[in-house]
Design a protein around this ligand. Sequence first.
Ligand code: NAP
Ligand code: GDD
Length: 349
Amino acid sequence: MGGGHVKKALITGITGQDGSYLAEFLIAQGYVVHGIIRRSSSFNTQRIRHIYQDPHEDRPRLVLHYGDSLDSESLMRVLHKVQPDEVYNLGAQSHVRVSFDLPTYTADVVYLGTVRLLEALRTLDRPVRFYQASSSEMYGGVTTEALDESSPLVPRSPYAVAKVAAYYQTINHRQAYAMFACNGVLFNHESPRRGETFVTRKITRGLAQIVAGREQYLYLGNLAARRDWGFAGDYVEAMWRMLQHDVADDYVVATGETHSVQEFLDYCAGLVGLDSAACVRVDPIYFRPTEVDHLLGNPAKALRVLGWRPRTTFRQLAAMMLAADLDSVGVDPRRFEALHGFIPDPEPR
Ligand code: NAP
Ligand code: GDD
């Protein structure tokens, strides 16, 4: 970073999976990171506690502010106080299944929350670069072809409808006000910090509990669904690269490989010597009114224009998550030969 200017980034959703990896990444690039957190009756900062508490820091690297995507005044206040160079809008009700139960709330946070933030940005007297967390869920999974930036959007959940609206609002602000605003259309990305109710983490955590003798069965929904799963730690770099480019644009971020839930389950079960058929029960409660059957992304544009590529394979991702969940239930992952290379760091999960 030239000219001695220390860049400031503001992240909504900093307490989430991606927010925590992005904060780490930006701090490593020399940024001061500001994050918006919600008031909660218990701690919601587990994923960023290790950054916040670093005893070696000589200046604050991470500053947290109370705010909410539902509350324009709070967004306005934080933006004017921080005066950021870059804003990453990751805050969302991000669970697709839950969005069928909470469609209005999901639309409010995901869509109107983005409008509120974009409009608040327009009141600043400085150019700000804006990243919108768009999603492969917007494609609807209606084709087995690899999806890219020109593929049609066919949203099949209240979450996806809200993300499509936010995606177009971001483009509209770019066109109408010449804002530097980018959509990252990210395919599913996971990590040991993934929320426990998303399927990959549910599987690695559930298998770890079975290995530890705490549970007998793992209850899942549609095992036939296919996803293009990558590692969250790789994907946050793509977000940053979008905002460093000369021109604001939209990019697909994916691995270019697709696997079924059943494959992820079988691979993980095999790593710890379990038979998935014996320990998994299908419970229709986890089925969705409309399902996204098949997602496969084509990240060629991100590779060509941003020089970004995923580094973690499907198998490495599964093993990394499983090792971390075994460790957290007191089972040494080294008990399993295939996990020897995946001993978890003492990092938050
Ligand atoms: P996540 O772990 O569920 O984190 C969501 C974050 O949003 C949390 O920090 C949460 O705060 C915050 N949030 C929720 N409601 C909010 C509100 N009303 N105001 C402000 N913040 C609020 O999600 P993630 O996996 O990190 O995903 C980050 C973003 O990328 C989301 O927008 C998601 O929809 C999108 N996305 C994710 C994927 C993926 O595969 N992970 C793929 C494509 C797009 P609390 O901690 O207080 O709940
Ligand atoms: N959550 C969950 N729980 N999903 C299950 C289960 C289960 O017990 N059993 C099967 N599945 C199937 C779902 O039906 C879906 O087809 C697939 O596993 C993946 O579900 P999730 O892990 O919940 O992720 P998602 O694809 O619906 O949404 C995630 O990825 C999107 C990007 O495509 C979220 O992170 C979204 O926020 C993100 O936009």
